[in-house]
Write a protein that binds this ligand. Sequence first.
Ligand SMILES: Cc1cc2nc3c(=O)[nH]c(=O)nc-3n(C[C@H](O)[C@H](O)[C@H](O)COP(=O)(O)OP(=O)(O)OC[C@H]3O[C@@H](n4cnc5c(N)ncnc54)[C@H](O)[C@@H]3O)c2cc1C
Length: 397
Amino acid sequence: MADQQALESFRSAFRAWLDELGVAKRSTEDPGIDANFSVAVFDDLTPDQEAEVVRAGRAWEARKYDNGWGAVDWPAEFGGCDLPHSYAAAVGAVEDEYILPRRNELFAVTQHMIAPTIREWGTPEQVQRFVRPLLRTDLMACQLFSEPDAGSDLAAVRTRAVREGDEWVLSGQKIWSSMATSAQWGEAICRSDPDAGKHAGITAFLVPMYAPGVIIRPIRQMTGGSSFNEVFLDQVRIPDALRLGPEGSGWAVALTTLAAERSDSRSLGAGTVAKVVALARRRGVTDAALVDGVVDLWVHDRVQELNNERTVAELQSGRTPGPQGSIGKLAATINMRRTSDVVSALLGEALAADTGDPATFAWCEQVLGAPGYRIAGGSDEIQRNIIAERVLGLPRG
Ligand SMILES: Cc1cc2nc3c(=O)[nH]c(=O)nc-3n(C[C@H](O)[C@H](O)[C@H](O)COP(=O)(O)OP(=O)(O)OC[C@H]3O[C@@H](n4cnc5c(N)ncnc54)[C@H](O)[C@@H]3O)c2cc1C
C-alpha cells in the first residue's frame, strides 16, 4: 500500500513538472483526437522528417534526464534515481497522457537494449564513455545482429572480424538494422573464429556508423517508410578498445541485448486499446459482433497488462523472469494483431481511403506495421518454441 502511494506521488510529481513546462495534455474525453494522433508502428517519413523526429525526441530525452525523470530505474552513477522498474513504466504511462515528441524504435534500442548491455559487458572505459550518453541520447545506437542467412538462427552470423595487431577488420552484411541512418554507433556480432563452435566463435563490437567502409542502404517497407536498412561492413577498421566483452563471448553479449529486447517488447502497443475504445464510441458502434470484438480486445489487453505487472514484480524482487519475456512478447504481438482486426472491422473502407475523418485512415499505419513485430526481436514461432520447451517441458522439435 505504501509502495502504491509512493508510486502515485511520483506520478503526480512528474505530471506537475510536465504541467509546469506547459506541455499540452491529450484529450481525456477522446484520446483518439489530438494534434499529433498516430498509431503508427513504424513511421512513414522522408529522411529529413525522420531526422527531425529523432532530433526532437533526443532534445526531450535530454531534458528529462537532466531533470531526474530520465533513467529513473538506473543507479545514481548513471544519472538515475535507483527506483524500481515500475517507476520507469509510470514515466512512460504519464507521458502518454501528454502530447510529446514521438519516440521511435531507435530510442528503445539505445536506452533499453544497448546501454544495459554495455553496462554489463563493457570495460570501465566503455561504461564511462557510452552509458550516460546513451541514456541521455547524446549518442544513439542501433543493433547490427541479423544477416541475410542469420535471423532466427542468429548464431549463424558470417560477418568476419579479423584481428590485425590492435585493430579488428570487419567485413560482411547486416540486414533489417532499424534506424541505422540515425545512429552514431552500432552493436555488431561477428564471427571472429570460424574454426570454433558456432556459438563460441562470435565476438561483439561497438561500431562507429561513420567509420570508413560502413555503407547503409535503407529498405522500403510496406508501411511506406524506410526505417530499417541493410548495413554493409567493407573492411571496417576499429580498435580493439571497441570490442565489447571478451573475444569469443559475443553470443553471451548478444543474449544480454536480446533478453532486454524481449523484456521491452512486452509493452508494445500499450495505450492503443484506449484509442480503439474511443474510436468505437465516436462511431456509435452498436453491432453486437463489433462490440464483442472491442470488449475481447480490452480484456486481452488488461490480461497483458497484468502479466506485465507480474514480470515487473519479478524483476523488482531480483528474479530473472526467464521465459516470461517470451510470454510477454507473444501476448503483445497477438494483441497487436487483434487490434488490427478490430479496427479493420470498425472502419471498413475508411481504413484504406482517407475521407478526412480524423483518426480513421491513420489506423492504416497500425494495420500495416503490426506484422513487423511478429518477426522482429524473435518471431512469434520462436517465442512459441521457447515457451514449449522451457515452460511446458515439451520435447525439442
Ligand atoms: C520490424 C523489424 C525490425 C528489425 N530490426 C532489427 C534490428 O534493428 N537489428 C537486427 O539485427 N535485426 C532486426 N530485425 C531482424 C529480426 O531480428 C529477424 O527478422 C528475425 O529474427 C527473423 O529472422 P529472419 O527474418 O531471418 O527470418 P527467418 O529466421 O528466416 O524465419 C523465416 C520464418 O521461419 C520461421 N522459423 C525460423 N526458424 C524456426 C524454428 N526453429 N521453428 C519454427 N519456425 C521457425 C520464422 O518464425 C519465420 O516465420 C528486425 C526485423 C523486423 C521485422
